[in-house]
Structure formats: C-alpha cells, structure tokens
Design a protein around this ligand. Structure first.
Ligand SMILES: [Zn+2]
Length: 266
C-alpha cells in the first residue's frame, strides 16, 4: 500500500530501504540541494530524531500471554527505526526511505543483492569517494572487511587507488577482499603484537604511509595503528562506533604531519 502523498513508488515496485531525512524543511541546509555543496541528506539536522529513536505507536501489537498481569489485549509498539524498521516481513516505511529500483532490478534474486545498498554499502563507498575523496594513485588501508569495509575496497578500486590494503582476521573475508580489489591483505590473527606488527606490515607495503585509512571496527588499538600508518596530510576516517576513550599522542600526530581524524558514523 502506498500513501496518497508518496511520490515515485507504485504498488508492486521493487524498492531498497534506506534512512529518513527531512528533505529540505526550513533551515536544513544539508537536505537542500539548491545550496552549494549541500544536498547531503545523511547530514540532515533531524537525522537522529528521525532515525535513531523510532516512533511510538506505529504498530498495534496483540498481547495475550495467559498471564494475568494486565498486559492482555492490544498495545502500541514503536516502529520506523531508521525510517523503516525493516527487520520484518512487513514494515511501515517513510516515503523517503523507499528508493525505487524497479528500473534496474530484474528479479527477486537481484533485489536481494541490492539490500546492502540501503546502509552499509553507501556508508563504506561514500567514506572513500565523498569524505576522504580518494584519488587515482593513492594508497589506502581498510580495517574490518564486513559489508562496509568491502564497499570501501570496491570504491577505492573504482577511484583508481594504487595500493588497497584490506585488514581482517577471517580468511574468507580476506580472500573476498582480494577478489573485489584489495591489492594486499593482512591477517591480524597472525600478529603476536597487533599494534606494532600491523603498523610495520602496512609500512612495508606503503613505505611512505597511506593517504587514507578507514576503520570499520571501532577497535581503539587499530585506530591508533591507522593514524600511525598515515602519510603526511593523510586522513583517518572512523566508520566503526568507538566505545571507550582514546589517547592519541600529540607528538605522534605531529610527527605524521597535518593528518586529520574524521568520522562517518551514523
Ligand atoms: Zn534535513
């Protein structure tokens, strides 16, 4: 079923679900594509309110648990997490969260391949193309080769990066990364000392350092390695959610000269 005011989607169309944004409501420059350099709904000023917390009362849930605790009957449940709450067979979805792929997807099987496009792939790929702006001939390292990291590998290949170092500790992921464009892979399960061995291994492959390192793991020792591995003016891009605090030695940052630490975490 399609809401009366939803445009661009008809009943039966194949869609990929992504995040919600305001679409250029007054005062939101990020969503306003008429503002120079904008049209970036991922930075919508309402992003967290629309995506992280969900909306109360979207679903009515029948409760009948044979326990006399007053919970029987029907009660309202929250939905629309990320604009869609799609970990279900049926979902109430914001119109902006439904991206119509009817014209490019030929079958249900192809549609399944498009599913990661809704979040992980665009995060990994845009970290390379939009945030770090990787250029032809650059050297990059990507820590963590799940869907986000693999998308970063593919985007770096498309951008013409000369050296693409994939880092993980699962062999099948390392093999796939090679198929998708990694020029080198490093298996950290082989390293007795994660930080010093990984730093040395990256420096062996890219002696003058990486132009950009992408961390999808949130593992603080890896992030520190990523900074150490940077070339002058290099960028450390944090994509993984970091738990805990990190002490970065200012001398170390200065020694690698004008590096930047940026995040692309939703
Ligand atoms: Zn907005």
């Amino acid at each position: 079923m399609v809401g009366a005011e939803v445009k661009g989607v008809r009943v039966g169309d194949r869609v990929v679900l992504s995040f919600d944004y305001c679409g250029g409501a007054e005062g939101c420059r990020a969503c306003d594509s008429s503002v120079k350099g904008m049209g970036m709904p991922g930075y919508c000023k309402e992003f967290h309110a629309r995506n992280i917390f969900g909306v109360e009362g979207v679903y009515q849930v029948v409760v009948d648990d044979d326990v006399d605790d007053g919970e029987e009957g029907s009660k309202a449940a929250a939905g629309l997490f990320f604009g869609q709450s799609s970990f279900s067979q049926f979902a109430v979805v914001k119109g902006r969260s439904a991206v119509n792929v009817q014209a490019v997807v030929q079958s249900e099987e192809e549609l399944k391949l498009f599913a990661p496009m809704g979040c992980g792939y665009q995060t990994g790929a845009a970290s390379v193309t939009e945030v770090a702006d990787v250029r032809e001939g650059d050297s990059v390292a990507i820590f963590g080769l799940g869907g986000v990291g693999m998308a970063a590998v593919m985007a770096a290949k498309i951008r013409g990066a000369k050296t693409i170092i994939g880092v993980d500790k699962i062999q099948s992921r390392l093999d796939l990364a090679k198929d998708l464009g990694a020029t080198h892979v490093l298996d950290t399960s082989n390293f007795p000392s994660l930080t010093s061995d990984l730093t040395a291994a990256i420096r062996e492959i890219a002696p003058s350092g990486t132009n950009a390192t992408f961390d999808t793991t949130g593992v603080i020792p890896l992030i520190e390695v990523g900074v150490r591995a940077l070339h002058a003016n290099g960028q450390m891009i944090l994509i993984g959610t970091v738990n805990g605090s990190m002490m970065l030695d200012l001398g170390m940052l200065l020694n690698v000269r004008e590096v930047s630490l940026r995040s692309n975490i939703e």
